[in-house]
Design a binder for this molecule. Structure first.
Ligand code: SDX
Length: 426
């Protein structure tokens, strides 16, 4: 904090209003506008384009530099030199684990990978063709009905075990969504496998076979989890924080985050992007797609392009593109039309004045759909995997908020332009 202040001069006021300015470790200074309430004015910022909703020590994004840091470590450093359990521990605890800490952390996760058998009957209530995100919202929210013994969020031990249960069970439930929609038997977790390997095992192994997931694909999945784990106060994380600010239990908060992530402007963009690439179909149709994306009267947008914060490039897209090449090479997937369309679309869009002027670059969702397709994962599971990875970030952010000593319920105000008070004409 500093003793810098901003002075706001309002019309018909003699004195200016002094507002404290706080300096961050990294990023923009923030002006504390709370004193405005007693001055009888509000700030106006739909979409929170210029609003810091909280103080956080977890993740930092520099949109101009294309930088993403988890507790100070860059995303490309972590993607190259850590695995998802390292990253999960880092986000939750603030430091990378040593060997003993990592072993204990994994052991605690493994104690919670199974779900209550009663949970299995939940699935039977859904249509087989239900969107897996609809199932995830319902089933994750329902987890709170199994843990009445640990829902007191003021109790650090309750918060701790709930966080582990969410992180440990979300891969199991995500895989169950896939199995259920395909009529396959559910597969129990195998705790001698890594987090990513276990997920692919629960997704694809068959009782009639004993194969284990391909290591290259496991590494790619682990990297996808790392890239999607957290991302400052994005829409779904802000949803989790707002839900948590009312004292709602963590399972309900994570279910709210999953619901928000589902939107095509947010986590649903990976599925929407693949649909778009399939609709474009070939490089010959790219110019028409670019034309439509620029047409103000056409709601079509290039899915996987643009970002509220990144105005240079999304460092996750860079890592994802490399992973894409590795997976396609490992699987000997040649002339993958979607990948060719994606590469050509990226090239053309990045040379187009409209995209350059509006600083629209590929984001994390642009290549993830191609990698996930190559891994054999259907489109309707893409956002489920995003939610699986982001659950660790959501739990970390929720824990940071709940542990905040003077945390208050989130309750934005408004600019009211509706009718003045009036009476019913009898
Ligand atoms: C994620 O916030 C996060 O951190 C999110 C995320 C995370 O990890 O949590 O990074 C994950 O959600 C990534 C984004 C995935 N969404 C998409 O790929 C969907 C396509 N992108 C757009 O919907 C859009 O770019 C957003 C929603 C991502 C960002 O929107 P903003 O910041 O509100 O910007 P905007 O919509 O006001 O766009 C600015 C201008 C507009 O033109 P003008 O009104 O100024 O003339 O750029 C245009 C938009 O029309 N524009 C696009 C475009 N994205 C923005 N034009 C064509 N294609 C696009 N994709």
């Amino acid at each position: 904090m500093t003793n810098k202040t901003a002075k706001l001069q309002l019309p018909d006021r003699e004195d200016s209003i002094e507002l404290p300015i706080y300096e961050p470790t990294l990023g923009n200074d923030v002006i504390d506008v709370r004193p405005l309430v007693k001055e009888g004015v509000f700030t106006y910022d739909p979409g929170f384009m210029a609003t810091a909703s909280c103080e956080s020590k977890i993740t930092f994004i520099d949109g101009a530099k294309g930088q993403l840091l988890y507790r100070g470590y860059s995303i490309d450093d972590l993607a190259k030199n850590a695995d998802f359990m390292d990253v999960a521990y880092l986000l939750l605890n603030g430091e990378l684990p040593d060997a003993k800490e990592k072993e204990e952390f994994i052991s605690r996760i493994n104690n919670h990978t199974m779900v209550h058998e009663q949970m299995l009957t939940f699935f039977n209530g859904f249509r087989r063709d239900a969107h897996p995100m609809a199932i995830m919202v319902g089933v994750i929210g329902a987890l709170s009905s199994f843990y009445h013994d640990s829902l007191d969020i003021t109790n650090p031990e309750h918060r701790d075990i709930s966080g582990f249960r969410i992180i440990a069970k979300i891969p199991t439930i995500a895989a169950m969504c896939y199995r259920y929609s395909n009529g396959y038997p559910f597969v129990y977790p195998q705790n001698d496998m890594s987090y990513a390997e276990n997920f692919l095992h629960m997704m694809f192994s068959m009782p009639s076979e004993t194969s284990r997931p391909n290591k290259i694909l496991v590494d790619a999945m682990d990297k996808i989890f790392i890239l999607h784990a957290d991302h400052e106060q994005n829409a779904s994380t802000s949803t989790v924080r707002l839900a948590g600010s009312s004292g709602a239990n963590p399972f309900a908060c994570i279910a709210a985050g999953i619901a928000c992530l589902w939107g095509p402007a947010h986590g649903g963009a990976n599925e929407a992007c693949l649909n778009m690439l399939e609709d474009i179909g070939s490089v010959d149709n790219i110019p028409e797609a670019i034309r439509r994306a620029k047409d103000k009267n056409d709601p079509f947008r290039l899915m996987g392009f643009g970002h509220r914060v990144y105005k240079n490039f999304d460092p996750r897209a860079t890592v994802m593109r490399e992973t894409c090449h590795e997976v396609l090479d490992e699987l000997q997937i040649k002339d993958q039309p979607l990948f060719e369309v994606a590469m050509e679309l990226e090239k053309i869009a990045l040379e187009d004045p409209y995209f350059i002027e509006k600083k629209l670059y590929p984001n994390v969702d642009f290549y993830s759909g191609i990698v996930l397709t190559a891994l054999g994962i259907p489109k309707n599971m893409f956002t489920v995997i995003f939610a699986l990875a982001r659950a660790t970030g959501w739990v970390s952010q929720w824990e940071e908020m709940v542990a905040e000593k003077n945390q208050k319920i989130g309750r934005p105000r408004q600019l009211y332009t509706g009718p003045r008070e009036r009476k019913i004409n009898k």
